[in-house]
Design a protein around this ligand. Structure first.
Ligand code: 5GP
Length: 188
């Protein structure tokens, strides 16, 4: 039997990675697909754990060879989900979780309509802006770009199967874990 594909999206700064990492502690067989990006690493990021940091030429080559399930330009950088590990895990029966933006999720939905699409939203855009400003030392124009994109991304909520509002982290983790557990019990 093949595994389930969970797709997490939501505006940058909403806490997707924290949520996903917490859920993975509770669902230890869940596999996380590490994305490729042309964005330079942040201070606390590790190659092969947070992302595969690659240059534009490598990204283009991988894209041309069809090595991404999906790819997108987000906030001026390129991101893509490597095809091989995801396909192999699913075939082996492992459940896989992707953390990607809404453009990428749309592409995944075309190719994996049976995927489970989960949108993580902030309690409000005001709270999101506070969180982004608190966590990052990004220049003002980047913060504004992230906020504009957040506004646009929130308009895609209806394309998802589930909505989790990340207000109190523990509660959001519980909800996400419950979705995963319920989907695993679903009769298909
Ligand atoms: P960040 O640079 O803050 O890590 O990520 C920026 C945005 O890119 C986030 O919304 C994140 O979910 C998204 N992202 C990360 N990896 C991928 C990917 O492989 N594909 C797509 N389409 N988006 C991604």
């Amino acid at each position: 039997m093949s595994g389930l594909l969970f797709v997490l999206s939501g505006p940058s700064g909403v806490g997707k990675s924290t949520l996903r990492k917490e859920v993975m502690k509770r669902c230890p067989t869940l596999k996380y697909s590490v994305s490729c990006t042309t964005r330079p690493p942040r201070r606390d990021e590790e190659e092969g754990v947070d992302y595969y940091f690659i240059d534009m030429k490598t990204f283009e080559q991988m894209k041309e060879r069809g090595e991404f399930i999906e790819w997108a330009k987000v906030h001026g950088n390129y991101y893509g989900t490597p095809r091989r590990p995801v396909e192999e895990w699913l075939k082996e029966g492992f459940d896989v979780i992707l953390e990607i933006d809404v453009q990428g999720a749309k592409q995944v939905k075309e190719n994996y309509p049976e995927g489970i699409f989960i949108f993580i939203a902030p309690p409000s855009l005001g709270v999101l802006e506070e969180r982004i400003r608190r966590r990052s030392s990004d220049p003002e124009n980047e913060i504004l770009l992230r906020m504009t994109n957040a506004h646009l991304e929130m308009q895609s909520i209806r394309d998802y199967n589930y909505l989790v509002i990340n207000d109190v982290l523990e509660e959001a983790v519980d909800k996400l874990r419950s979705i995963i557990v319920a989907e695993k019990c679903r009769i298909r």
